[in-house]
Design a protein around this ligand. Structure first.
Ligand code: NAD
Length: 424
């Protein structure tokens, strides 16, 4: 019988999450009662957020915090400020965080939050007012041992600083850095957080090359997106001897068959904001970048970039998903059949949440690690998740995305059965 999604939660992202959950449940023969519970969020909170604007008028925005599952630990997930945010999107993202934290083996549950607002239209003061009131409204439901938000699209370390200050003022006045992660270093942020996702992508790429019996050294790599994830992935892959033949951003893509000088490209972007016009390369389109003949492709920009329309045209042998959902489920099946190896987002871009977890641990201990320690611990966790998923994929002869989801659901199932249902 097809599962009927609560109308309030129904949207493409959540529907997709439920579909992958159901597929994974079949692979591990999941307990039906557990599956039933995993299909719904534990709690979804909707708040009105009144804000005094710079012209003294008051505007009321809608904010959300969805706490999907607390089975494995305190809720954890980012806060998104975007005009398209709605409850169904936040529920979908909260479900994905639950599955990601589980497959990575973190002692954390899954959550997500957001406000329906275009943050580029707000002044700094308005953004601060919005953040502080939102933090106050969801304050009773969050805390260092309850629910720990982090930045997402449209929010940044400064937003987290305001959130942390508001929570601290309302709960005794002393600093409680453990309430959010992704903070500036000066107030309890972690070293290594800024480059964590890109570095994680490269650790996973190294493993992918290894299982495909290829070497990253000398391999040709194309990277879509040159923001936080893409630029650091390019830098770390370059440092490991990969030949980065193409990179792209919203302004278009650049190609150099001999390999781009990534530190120089990063300097160029610092000075010119975009890749467009970089002199030592040829301009190509983003579509051409995706379809280049190369050893590996790291899509690090947007979701849905490789779907049934271009899956047959992809020539890379390995795809490492730096972005969330860049390859659709149907495209994954086509590529898997063609022998293309895909390292899925839930593992490949897990570096961000893993180092967020480290930040929370360091805040709780009030003891801070050096960058080397952060990077090494990240490698241990992300490699272990890859190995676990890969052995299940090999055993069942399935793609790594399905295997990763299966590992995730299995861990949740075990924990839920051990904890039982309250009251019985
Ligand atoms: P970002 O805003 O720093 O960078 C995005 C990059 O993509 C920019 O270079 C932008 O110009 C480029 N881009 C936008 N549209 C494009 C297009 N049509 N073609 C090519 N390039 C385009 O964002 P980010 O933090 O690097 O995040 C990128 C992806 O990674 C998102 O899917 C995000 O959800 C995911 N992600 C990020 C983190 C993190 O820690 N930053 C963690 C996990 C997942």
């Amino acid at each position: 019988m097809e599962h009927k999604i609560e109308p309030l939660y129904d949207g493409p992202l959540f529907r997709n999450a439920i579909q992958t959950l159901e597929e994974a449940a079949k692979i591990i023969n999941c307990d039906p009662n557990v599956l039933e519970r995993l299909k719904r969020p534990r709690r979804s909170i909707t708040v009105s957020v009144p804000v005094r604007m710079d012209d003294y008028s008051v505007k009321v925005f809608t904010g959300y915090r969805v706490q999907y599952s607390p089975t494995l630990g305190p809720y954890k997930g980012g806060i998104r400020y975007h005009q398209n945010v709605d409850l169904s999107e936040v529920v979908g993202l909260a479900a994905l965080m639950t599955f990601k934290n589980s497959v990575l083996g973190l002692p954390l549950g899954g959550a997500k939050g957001g406000i329906t607002v275009d943050p580029t239209k707000l002044s700094r003061t308005e953004k601060q007012n919005l953040t502080r009131r939102y933090a106050s409204e969801i304050g009773p439901f969050v805390g260092p041992t309850q629910d720990i938000p982090a930045p997402d699209v449209g929010t940044d370390p400064q937003t987290m600083a305001w959130f942390m200050d508001t929570y601290s003022q309302e709960n005794g006045g002393f600093a409680q850095p453990g309430v959010v992660t992704g903070k500036p270093i000066e107030i309890g942020g972690s070293l290594g957080r800024n480059h964590a996702t890109g570095l994680g992508v490269v650790y996973v790429a190294e493993k992918s090359f290894e299982v495909c019996k290829m070497s990253m050294k000398g391999a040709s790599v194309a990277i879509q997106g040159f923001g936080n994830v893409g630029s650091f992935a390019a830098k770390f892959a370059y440092e490991r001897g990969a030949r980065i033949v193409a990179v792209s951003d919203v302004s278009g893509a650049i190609f150099n068959g001999d390999g781009l000088d990534i530190p120089e490209v990063m300097e160029y972007v610092k000075a010119h904001k975009f890749l467009k016009g970089y002199p030592k390369a040829t301009a190509i389109t983003n579509e051409e970048l995706l379809e280049l003949k190369c050893d590996a492709l790291f899509p690090c920009a947007l979701e849905g970039q490789i779907d049934v329309h271009n899956a047959e045209k992809i020539q890379a042998k390995i795809i490492v998903e730096g972005a969330n959902g860049p390859v659709t489920n149907s495209a994954t099946k086509i590529l898997h059949k063609r022998g293309v190896f895909i390292a899925p987002d839930v593992i490949a871009n897990g570096g961000g949440v893993i180092v967020s977890y480290f930040e929370w641990v360091q805040d709780t201990m009030s003891l801070f690690w050096d960058e080397h320690e952060v990077d090494n611990r990240l490698k241990t966790i992300i490699t272990k998740a890859f190995d676990k998923g890969y052995s299940l994929a090999a055993e069942k002869n399935i793609d790594l995305r399905s295997a990763a989801m299966a590992v995730s659901v299995q861990r949740l199932e075990k924990a839920m059965l051990l904890r039982g249902l309250y009251p019985r």
